[in-house]
Write a protein that binds this ligand. Structure first.
Ligand code: ADP
Length: 179
């Protein structure tokens, strides 16, 4: 189906649930015949951004690269999904300005909950001082001020969060065919 391009931009702490919700969302969009490309932060860091670290400078380069690819996809009428921590508000806003059709999704999970989940064991390492510049521990995370969607993962299932995002996309007219 030919439809308008748009970018869904996930932001949130490590372990908040960005990848989990994004994966479900991809399935839901494909079921609606929407062309989707997911740029997952962890995957991007192993190829497009291989070699980059976690200094503010490197984080900004990483996010700008993801945003640029999202921009290219969006202008070709594809749905691009970015799912990286993207801790800095100014860089997210820069992505929004470049891309235009931008739906920011804040995956709101308290730090304590992310730490309890500790999916990849990274929080334990950060607390032990083995990992430096870890977002939420010894590196900043700036919450979005006006995200289009907020997913409260301690109160919603991933499925409910994905449905909430689908509802917003529908409301914004992104799921309709181009005539
Ligand atoms: P991120 O991509 O933000 O680093 P992940 O999606 O990799 O986070 O990990 C989130 C973890 O939290 C997964 O193990 C997931 O199963 C779990 N989880 C529990 N409840 C939820 C929820 N409501 N939404 C999303 N993830 C959840």
């Amino acid at each position: 189906m030919e439809h308008r391009g748009f970018t869904i931009w996930f932001t949130g702490l490590s372990g908040a649930g960005k990848s989990t919700i994004a994966d479900i969302l991809v399935e839901k969009l494909r079921a609606r015949d929407i062309k989707v490309e997911l740029l997952d932060g962890d995957v991007v860091r192993t190829n497009l951004s291989k070699g980059l670290g976690f200094s503010k400078e490197d984080r900004d380069i990483n996010i700008r690269r993801i945003a640029f690819v999202c921009h290219l996809l969006t202008r070709n009428n594809v749905c691009a999904i970015g799912a990286a921590i993207s801790p800095y508000r100014s860089i997210r806003d820069e992505a929004r300005a470049m891309i235009g059709n931008f739906v920011e999704v804040f995956v709101s999970t308290p730090l304590e909950e992310c730490e309890k989940r500790d999916v990849k064991g990274l929080y334990a390492k950060a607390r032990a001082g083995e990992l430096k510049q870890f977002t939420g521990i010894d590196d900043p995370y700036e919450e979005p001020l006006n995200p289009e969607v907020v997913c409260f993962t301690t109160e919603e299932t991933p499925e409910q969060s994905a449905d909430k995002i689908m509802g917003k996309l529908d409301e914004l007219g992104y799921l309709a065919p181009l005539s």
